[in-house]
Design a protein around this ligand. Structure first.
Ligand SMILES: [Mg+2]
Length: 161
């Protein structure tokens, strides 16, 4: 079996964080949850993450600061914002700061899975330096496949360990 996709989750709402971590672990992600942004930034210096899923409103280090720190230190990491305090302004700011996508809570698991699949595909495309067209042909006909099975194939294509 291919290695699992490594995801860093940062949210100060501990119960939400645990539920989300559990949901993604069940879908075969290698999940590292943190309720404090500073700890997450530190952890990312010690190990590689494919994707980070970030809350914005947090005490201590705010999500915007975590986003800036992670992007500065790990430009290849894809970052998805998942916030309950969304606004068009914060979405624009986050995207300008390098976030791949911006989602609002509550978010259906299927929607989240599709965005994580797209984010990971984007990472693999950049890593292999191929076009979206080439990526799609490498993936073959993905019609009817679940986000999870596409993620597994992307992991194999990337040869990421
Ligand atoms: Mg929060």
């Amino acid at each position: 079996m291919a290695e699992r996709i490594r995801i860093l989750i940062v949210d100060d709402e501990v119960r939400f964080l645990q539920t989300l971590a559990q949901r993604l672990s069940l879908r075969d992600f290698d999940v590292t949850p943190f309720s404090d942004g500073r700890d997450a930034v530190e952890a990312a210096r010690q190990q590689t993450f494919d994707i980070a899923l970030l809350d914005l409103k947090m005490p201590g280090m705010a999500g915007e600061q975590v986003l800036a720190a992670l992007k500065a230190e790990h430009p290849e990491m894809e970052i998805v914002i998942l916030t309950g305090h969304g606004s068009i302004d914060s979405a624009v700011d986050a995207t300008r700061s390098g976030a791949y996508r911006y989602l609002q809570k509550p978010c259906e698991t299927d929607t989240l899975m599709n965005v994580l699949r797209d984010a990971y595909q984007h990472r693999v495309q950049r890593k292999l330096e191929v076009s979206e067209e080439r990526m799609n042909s490498l993936l073959g006909s993905a019609v009817g496949e679940s986000a999870l099975s596409i993620l597994r194939r992307l992991k194999e294509i990337a040869g990421e360990k």
